[in-house]
Design a protein around this ligand. Sequence first.
Ligand SMILES: [Cu+2]
Length: 351
Amino acid sequence: MSGFISILLTGLVFVIIYQIAKASEYATILRGEGKINARVNRTMALLLVLFFVLGLYGIWLCHDALIDKMLPVSASQHGVEYDSMLLVTLTVTGIVFFITQTLLFWFAYRYQSTEKRTSFFFPHNNKLELIWTTVPAIAMAVLVAIGLRNWGKMTGAAPKDATVVEVVGKQFNWIVRYPGKDGVLGKRDFRKINDANNVLGLDWDDKDNKDDIIAQNGELHLVVNKPVSILIGSRDVIHDVGLPHFRMKMDAVPGIVTTLWFTPTITSAKMKEITGNKDFVYEISCDQMCGKGHYSMRGTVIVETQEEYDAWMAKQQAYYAANNAPAAAPAAEGTAAPEQKTDSVKAITMK
Ligand SMILES: [Cu+2]
């Protein structure tokens, strides 16, 4: 209902503007063009200044209302660099914005059309052209160079001692796999995916899979101050691993492995203190609209000390043992119909 009223009101505003335009057209004809034009010019010049001042006030209002809702301090080393990059970019563009817009609106007011003044013909000036092309070009090149350097760091090779974790998106949650004691993630094949007892399609002929762990509740546990390399995949459509508190994000694309790495620097417990929120949770958000359950793809990240991590890991059972022994008894967690899935995959491969 409120949507309908909004559309109706918008339509009404357009009709009113149209009628005013029409009326002023008739008034111009009746009273003489010169007089009316002079008045319109004066009014427009004043309205432009008013628009600028109100616009600046609006920016300040938004800033004031939203500053408390900003993300807390970055919880990763990379994130601190990105934040400072953002600050530099916003400062440079903000100063340029303020100078150019002030000049734009002031000139519109100061040099409004009057009968007494004719315009000055100034068609071309090489020196000016050169200045206003080169200066922004250099400024943009510097900003882009800083961005590329950071991008290279984020997507480049992770340090050798980084923990490896796999995060796979599906409609509609995240599956987190750890490599187990051997430190190697086993092979997986989408044709082996089975919601009852093989959610990632792990290849049981690959011995590296036998000790792989799929985290309970899909929780991503990380050790503070230890680099982590995340291998990202998807089981169905394109998702995106968004880690806003670490200032990280990367698409999860079916069929290919994307990666990102970072070093978490603040434990979940410490972040609760910093934010003053005892319910604070680091989250994985899906940053790619992926279907009707997109909103519910909220994963949990827990950053903890090595001891806490080890204690948690000790409680995890290898996925193979939990789902294949003895005599391949299906686990209770699956809800979808697995047979149907495998059949449809077979049908596709046979074509
Ligand atoms: Cu998604």
